[in-house]
Design a protein around this ligand. Structure first.
Ligand code: TYC
Length: 106
């Protein structure tokens, strides 16, 4: 009886050790920043186009940025987050808006 208990406890300890050793890849929040010039409609379009939000969610996040200074738009692997940041900045530049986008470690 006590042998079974010890065996189960050992298995449990080994499983915990393995879990601790398996490092999850780091994740990053993509953040949009407020400014005084980018039109609200353009920010809503960006949130729909690059972050797959519906109009209601995009409007809510845009207003959070407008009133609080910034908001998280999504959380991704490093490569995907970098691509989103590049795409948003390029799209804003193409439309001559100063909209800024950055990433923060999750
Ligand atoms: N503050 C801008 C305005 O009043 C709107 C805005 C919202 C700009 C979010 C950037 O990330 C932003 N037109």
């Amino acid at each position: 009886m006590s042998n079974w208990k010890e065996l189960i406890e050992t298995e449990h300890d080994i499983a915990e050790e393995i879990e601790e050793q398996v490092d999850e890849p780091p994740r990053y929040h993509v953040v949009l920043l407020n400014d005084d010039y980018t039109p609200m409609d353009f920010v809503v379009e960006v949130l729909r186009r690059f972050f797959n939000m519906n109009s209601e969610k995009a409007t809510e996040i845009m207003l959070t940025i407008h009133y609080k200074g910034k908001a998280r738009c999504g959380t991704y692997s490093a490569e995907i987050a970098e691509t989103k940041v590049d795409q948003v900045i390029r799209y804003a530049n193409e439309h001559q808006h100063p909209l800024q986008c950055s990433m923060e470690k999750a």
